[in-house]
Design a protein around this ligand. Structure first.
Ligand code: HEC
Length: 166
């Protein structure tokens, strides 16, 4: 009797294990797509891009070859892991894009557009690093706060100027 009880328990556990394993195969792929913060790895940090500014803009990788630390955009790791282009577009002109079911307006950050709005190089740096706009207002947390070096901020702004003339 005692042994039979144990056998039943063992069988139940085994069944749970099998179901669990099958479940993992079914659900793991969909889970992992949201989980892996697939950093858009640059193909080599130099040579592939016309400038460090472009590299930062497209990939979020700084001049030291490492991913620039930043707050995850609205807690969404995947969004937070890409470069500026991921949200502001490859031409920097922004637009509306959908994120987790809601649409988000992303501003034009070409230098010209920012200057028209009243931004200076200093306040652009502040927007990038601290998420504070030219009026001293907090930007929404969709915009990551980038812990960039002084030099990388400068490279980025130079690139925003290049985008203006394209
Ligand atoms: C995950 C999306 C996302 C990424 C990545 C991103 N931004 Fe933004 N950014 C935004 C959104 C959304 C706003 C508007 C926030 C608001 O209006 O409150 C914004 C605002 C800005 C502003 C202020 C513009 C204005 O008109 O007020 C600047 C400057 C800026 N971003 C620069 C950058 C730079 C440079 C990078 C890359 C280093 C970058 N952003 C990466 C989403 C993003």
């Amino acid at each position: 009797m005692k042994h039979k009880g144990l056998l039943t328990v063992a069988l139940v556990l085994l069944t749970i294990g099998v179901i669990g394993t099958i479940g993992m195969y079914i659900f793991a792929p969909s889970l992992s797509t949201t989980e892996t913060t697939s950093v858009q790895t640059p193909q080599g940090t130099s040579g592939t891009y016309t400038s460090i500014g472009q590299q930062i803009f497209l990939t979020g990788i700084g001049s030291n070859g490492a991913r620039i630390p930043r707050t995850a955009a609205s807690g969404n790791g995947r969004m937070g892991s890409a470069g500026c282009a991921y949200c502001h577009g490859a031409n920097g002109q922004g637009g509306t894009f959908r994120m987790m079911g809601s649409s988000i307006d992303v501003p034009d950050i070409t230098y010209e557009a920012l200057a028209d709005e009243g931004f200076t190089e200093e306040t652009i740096a502040q927007a990038i690093r601290d998420g504070i706009d030219e009026q001293g207002e907090q930007l929404s947390n969709v915009m990551p706060r980038w812990q960039m070096s002084e030099a990388d901020v400068t490279y980025t702004i130079i690139y925003l100027k290049e985008l203006s003339v394209q």
